[in-house]
Structures are given as C-alpha cells and as structure tokens.
Design a protein around this ligand. Structure first.
Ligand code: ADP
Ligand code: MG
Length: 256
C-alpha cells in the first residue's frame, strides 16, 4: 500500500460550471507541498471537495488515501482515514473548552465501544502543547470565542498535533493572516512535519513559504495544475506574479 494522497483526474462541477478540470496531484506522506495560484482558480474548491463538502459534484476522477478511495466516504470517515482540514473548525463553540473539544474530537476517532483514557489524554495534550510552546492556560478557553487570528491558528495547529492526521490540508488563502498568525502556522507546521505527515499548503501568496520550505510547489490555473517544481517556482511567482502563467497557459477554460 502506497503512503500517499493521490488526486487523480478530478473534475468537479459547482452549480453547473466546471471548476476543477482533470486535476491530478500526488502528495507523498512526509512531504510538504504548496498549492499556489491566482484567485478564483479553484484552490478552495479542491480543498472543499477533499473534505467532502456536499455542494460540489465530482463528475470524474478519484482521491486515493494510502491505497483507499475516499470519494464515497462521509466527512467523519475521511477524518478517521487520516485526513485533516485546517479550515474545518473556524467557528466559535461558546462554553466548550479547547481541552474538552480536543478530547471529544479524539474520542470520535476511536472505534465504537473504545474509550479515551483521560490521564493519558492530558499527558499527551500537555506534551504536545510543550512541543508547540503553547501556554497551558489556553486549553481552558472556549473554542475560538473571541480569539485573535493568531489564537485561531494556534488552536488549529494544536488540533492537528492531537489528531495526528496522515495528511493535512491547509487553505490559508482567504484568512488574511497577519504576520503573527503566519508565524504560528509556519512554526507549527515545521514542528509537526516529519515522515508520518503530508501537508498541502494552499496559498495565494508566496510569503508563508519564506517560513516553510516546501518539498514541492504546484501552480494551479483554470482548474488544473499547470506546472510543478521546487521552491524556486514559488520565488519566481513572487518576483514575477502570475501573469506569465496566464500567458503561457492561456485563458482558463473554467471561465469559458
Ligand atoms: P480560489 O480558492 O483559487 O480563489 P475558488 O475555489 O474559491 O478559487 O473558486 C473557483 C471558482 O469557483 C470561482 O469562479 C468561484 O466563483 C467558483 N465557485 C466556488 N464555489 C462556488 C459555489 N459554492 N457556488 C458557485 N460558484 C462557486
Ligand atoms: Mg480560496
């Protein structure tokens, strides 16, 4: 069984318009890939389709996680299979502490009848918080309630550390990260990256890649990956923008 997330020839319609067109991308576990591209090119659509969002009609293709097709799976089954979506929990949950939320999330990953060991859970939680340099007081706060952008990101990274996904997808495009939040995400990803985790960082801007060295960079345009390369490709996009992509790869058929 291969340890990789394979997106194969994915074609997706939203309200009758084809947004993703025959898109293929392979993310091996242990690598950090960046997915970049101009606004409106379908990056967030890809993230939502992978998460199992019901509004998107997959007309062709498949997504294989370590040899298993996840396209027929429900959202929670995908999570149990090892997929983590960073933008999945931006909502506030008043009255529910981070500690209890994380415990419930962890419990939900267990088989039926299996119960989380509270002592062990807190031991792991505090160890991960120490690793991520998060203050212990943080876990007593209600999930996202009155959080700054940076605190939301810290919460997201902590969830990722606790749930130990095989693949994490982070769609940062629309979150307007300030420099503090950017640093928290970058440091978190850098601490968590390793042979057991694959990360797909979706980003419009190159700047987060000053903090995270991607193993590979993919450029998306018009609903497909038009070119892939090393981190140098991200630097080229920063200095030259996306115009050369548009010239080289034409008007996106997605808009036709
Ligand atoms: P990106 O994240 O690269 O900026 P998106 O995936 O958000 O791009 O959007 C790609 C295209 O799909 C855009 O033209 C957008 O208007 C369209 N789109 C995305 N989601 C929906 C939706 N729920 N309903 C209608 N159109 C959508
Ligand atoms: Mg987006």
């Amino acid at each position: 069984m291969s340890n990789q997330l394979e997106i194969k020839n994915l074609t997706v319609n939203v309200e009758g318009t084809e947004i993703l067109k025959d898109l293929s991308l392979t993310l091996p576990r242990g690598e950090v890939h960046a997915l970049m591209g101009p606004n409106g090119t379908g990056k967030s659509t890809l993230a939502k389709v992978l998460a199992g969002h019901p509004d998107y009609e997959v007309t062709a293709g498949e997504v294989i996680l370590d040899g298993e097709n996840i396209m027929e799976m429900e959202v929670d089954e995908r999570a149990r299979a090892g997929l983590f979506m960073a933008f999945q929990y931006p909502s506030e949950i008043p009255g529910v502490s981070i500690a209890n939320f994380l415990r419930a999330a962890k419990q939900a990953r267990l088989e039926e009848g299996e119960d989380i060991d509270a002592t062990q859970f807190y031991k792991t939680l505090y160890a991960k918080m120490d690793m991520l340099q998060i203050d212990r007081k943080f876990t007593a706060r209600a999930v996202n309630e009155g959080f700054s952008g940076g605190e939301k990101k810290r919460n997201e990274i902590l969830q990722m550390a606790i749930l130990e996904p095989k693949y994490a997808l982070m769609d940062e495009t629309d979150s307007g990260l300030d420099i503090d939040a950017l640093r928290i995400v970058s440091e978190g990803v850098n601490r968590l990256r390793g042979p057991d985790l694959g990360v797909l960082m979706i980003t419009h801007y190159q700047r987060i890649l000053n903090y995270i060295q991607p193993d590979r960079v993919h450029v998306m345009w018009g609903g497909r990956i038009v070119t892939s390369g090393t981190k140098e490709l991200a630097h080229k996009l920063e200095s030259e923008g996306y115009d050369w992509i548009k010239e080289e790869f034409g008007t996106p058929a997605a808009k036709a």
